[in-house]
Design a protein around this ligand. Structure first.
Ligand code: CTP
Length: 414
């Protein structure tokens, strides 16, 4: 996550004493993998569930669990003052009560009193405890003080129970933590509108025309932009829940017409527009009001073109706005993409040969060529997250060029 020359952001990872503590190991590992310096702090009760050695081995410095027995005489102030973020996973009912009450009798709560850094708590407990008014009131108090909360989720709990109370998925916790750290990134203060997924054009109340787009690339772009500090609006057809993140708003749409309306609203405010969605080119001219039945005979569905959303956005472009299009092609991809770049009037075209192995629909990886007016950048088979960052790197360069700042797009010249 840190770029060359910038120090790694520092996260204090607090672990309190609940069964979800075993998942904090994964949170620790993923944060370190993302380039974060992790200082693990375990409460005495956490040690009943997990060992300090594990966190010392996976974290960036030895795990600490005591106010009095560590090398430093005042470990909490040093930890609190140097943190860029404190994450507590899991946060038990007892921990939340002590934190909300401002108690500082053990290292983790003392560190929280001694920090000015943003704090993310990830509650985990049995459903009955989670729903208890005292737990909810403590959380309300913490939220009012600016503490961010992720989870809990619904699912299997300890002792065979099922319900709300399960610790949020480690990947989600890490993603939110990275977004909170991203407040210092190179898209800070920028508003980015991203469309994602395939539109669905209704035929009748139960059927529609659509395409194979999974929306994964658009969603990866949204996460990458959040990590770079942007304010992100994700206009998506994807139905699965998107984890709540600071600076993210999600607009759900189905049809090309709905996507066009949502993007038009955003285009008046956005500094960057990314049309990663696979918009249907045609839709049924008439939508049957009742389900078409076999007895009605084989239907003759007459199609009409949908609006070209991207061309509409380019036509109403605000001064300085950067507009990115995607081109899903099969064969002669770059040549066809360059023609589309010229035709659509975008600043950047991400060309995607969806017939290449490991690329395009449904895959977690992609192979793209990024076209700008002056150059071409190939991104070999990579995760959609890496592709998203390569695209945003070009966007940052274009924005800087328009602001008259250094850092023109880094695509190599043709
Ligand atoms: N796009 C759009 N509205 C449409 C069709 C496409 O905004 N009705 C956008 C897509 O989101 C993408 C870009 O235009 O960013 C190119 O989409 P693509 O499907 O590759 O191109 P088309 O314009 O549909 O041309 P063709 O299907 O003939 O290749």
């Amino acid at each position: 996550m840190p770029t060359a020359g910038t120090p790694a952001p520092r996260v204090v990872l607090g672990v309190s004493g609940g069964i979800g503590a075993y998942k904090a190991v994964e949170v620790c590992r993923r944060l370190v993998e993302a380039g974060v310096h992790v200082a693990p702090v375990l409460t005495p009760d956490a040690l009943r569930f997990v060992g300090k050695t594990t966190f010392s081995a996976l974290g960036s410095e030895p795990a600490q669990s005591s106010l009095f027995e560590e090398a430093s005489p005042i470990p909490h102030t040093k930890l609190g003052q140097s943190a860029d973020l404190v994450v507590v996973a899991p946060a038990t009912a007892d921990f939340l009560a002590r934190y909300a009450a401002g108690m500082g009798g053990e290292l983790l709560t003392a560190t929280l009193l001694a920090t000015r850094a943003p704090v993310l708590v990830c509650p985990a407990m049995h459903t009955e405890m989670w729903e208890h008014p005292s737990v909810q009131e403590n959380l309300d108090t913490l939220r009012r003080r600016g503490v961010s909360v992720v989870g809990p989720e619904e699912g299997a709990l300890a002792a065979g129970d099922v319900g709300v109370g399960r610790l949020a998925d480690p990947a989600t916790i890490v993603s939110v933590a990275l977004v909170m750290l991203g407040g210092r990134g190179d898209l800070q203060g920028r508003r980015v509108a991203i469309s994602a997924g395939g539109t669905r054009e209704p035929i009748d109340p139960v059927r529609h025309l659509s395409n194979r787009s999974s929306g994964k690339q658009g969603h990866a772009l949204a996460t990458a932009a959040l990590r770079r500090g942007a304010e992100v609006v994700l206009v998506t057809t994807v139905g699965r829940p998107v984890a709540a993140q600071p600076r993210l708003s999600v607009v759900r749409v189905d049809t090309a017409a709905e996507m066009e309306a949502a993007m038009a609203v955003e285009s008046d405010k956005a500094d960057v527009i990314v049309m990663a969605a696979a918009v249907a080119d045609f839709r049924p001219r008439q939508v049957a009001t009742h389900k078409l039945a076999k007895d009605d005979g084989v239907p003759e569905i007459v199609l009409e073109p949908t609006p070209d959303i991207l061309c509409g956005l380019v036509a109403r472009r605000r001064p300085g706005q950067v507009i990115v299009g995607f081109a899903a092609e099969t064969g002669d991809a770059v040549e066809r993409g360059r023609r589309k770049f010229d035709r659509k009037g975008v600043d950047l075209m991400v060309v995607n040969d969806v017939s290449a192995p490991g690329a395009g629909f449904d895959h977690d990886t992609n192979v793209v060529t990024i076209l700008t007016s002056g150059g071409t950048r190939e991104v070999p088979l990579s995760s959609k997250e890496v592709v998203a960052d390569a695209v945003l790197e070009q966007v940052v360069g274009l924005l800087a060029g328009r602001d008259g700042r250094a850092g023109a797009p880094r695509a190599e010249e043709d």
